[in-house]
Design a protein around this ligand. Structure first.
Ligand code: MRU
Length: 338
């Protein structure tokens, strides 16, 4: 069964977002009524996760058109503000470009734009269910799965990618269990993934990120599944910082490593992972946990939000169109028009 919450939903003339910064303590929503508010919600990670960002951005572009009216320059500027609100998840640029094209092809018709945003959201949910059905084929009854960050219903328009596969396996009674990395520094694994999995009744153990290597070495992980923020045509995949490390350890110990993502996360215009822009966020995310300082306040910090897992470390990419196996450079391009 799908969740009884939605990361995003357009209702009463506003984009309603679960404020994910407050979870798991509080399940509260905020309403965005302007394009700038949507851009700020993406920047400040009220809404986060590549497909959820894409869905929110789509409604942001619709709001931009309502605000701009016949002022095409203003519409373009507002759409550009949303498009640049975070740099790594390609679903953001994909959604804004799709909405802008729709605006142009319909003579900037607000109704057509609202329908297109609804369509992006519904498509995402459908793609997540479809990729989950493909994904369970790589799992076996009783498997223990490791995941990193949050690639669940909260990170998407509904259901989830990596967590979608896990929930589908659970729904089918496969008796799987999960280790969830806490995912420093913003703790998406502890705050969001653990919250979603516990709500779904899936046996879950939360671990510090640095415990994963020992579990993998000791043969306690059957498969690793994470989401992605951008996949290049060579098969390199950007995802939350720490995913790359997991992939290296997985390869060293022969544990299969899967990326689960809809094809809207594939950047068909980018060949290699080294070209993916990696967001660097505020040092305070590392110096502090919540309001509490946990390091000298003036210490230098490097805080890249993502890293890139090279295709050589990926066993397969799970998409709504099926599994993509190596050689990725050939097989990713082949899936584009399938
Ligand atoms: O910085 P975040 O929380 O937006 O990062 C999210 C991730 O890295 C997710 O794993 C990715 O977007 C896939 S979500 C289905």
């Amino acid at each position: 069964m799908d969740e009884d919450f939605r990361a995003l939903e357009f209702t009463g003339g506003a984009l309603r977002l679960i404020d994910q910064r407050l979870l798991p303590g509080k399940l509260e929503c905020i309403d965005c009524t302007t394009a700038e508010e949507v851009a700020e919600a993406i920047r400040s990670m009220i809404v986060r996760g590549a497909p959820a960002i894409g869905g929110a951005a789509a409604y942001g572009v619709y709001l931009a058109l309502l605000e701009a009216g016949d002022d095409r320059k203003r519409f373009g500027d507002l759409a550009a503000t949303i498009r640049s609100s975070r740099p790594t998840a390609v679903n953001l640029m994909w959604a804004v470009d799709r909405m802008t094209k729709k605006a142009e092809s319909t003579g900037f018709d607000p109704e057509a734009l609202k329908a297109e945003a609804d369509c992006i959201v519904e498509e995402d949910i459908r793609m997540n269910h479809a990729l989950s059905e493909h994904g369970v084929k790589v799992l076996h009854s009783g498997d223990t799965i490791l995941t990193h960050c949050n690639a669940g219903a909260l990170a998407t328009c509904g259901w989830g990618t990596a967590l979608g596969v896990i929930k589908e396996a659970h729904r089918r009674g496969m008796g799987i269990s999960v280790f969830a990395d806490e995912t420093r520094p913003l703790l998406q694994g502890a705050r969001l993934t653990a919250w979603e999995l516990v709500r779904s009744g899936i046996p879950t153990t939360l671990i510090p990120d640095s415990a994963a290597a020992s579990l993998i070495r000791d043969g306690r992980i059957d498969a690793i599944i994470t989401g992605a923020d951008r996949i290049t045509t060579d098969g390199d995949a950007a995802n939350k910082l720490g995913t790359f490390t997991l992939s290296v350890v997985a390869k060293a110990y022969g544990v299969p490593f899967y990326i689960a993502a809809p094809t809207s996360t594939i950047d068909f215009g980018m060949k290699e992972g080294r070209d993916i822009p990696i967001e660097e966020r505020s040092g305070d995310e590392v110096r502090m946990i919540g309001e509490r300082l946990i390091a000298p306040k003036d210490v230098d910090v490097w805080n890249p939000a993502f890293d890139v897992t090279p295709h050589q470390n990926i066993t397969a990419i799970i998409t709504e169109k099926g599994l993509i196996h190596p050689p990725f450079d050939r097989n990713i391009c082949a899936i584009k028009d399938r």
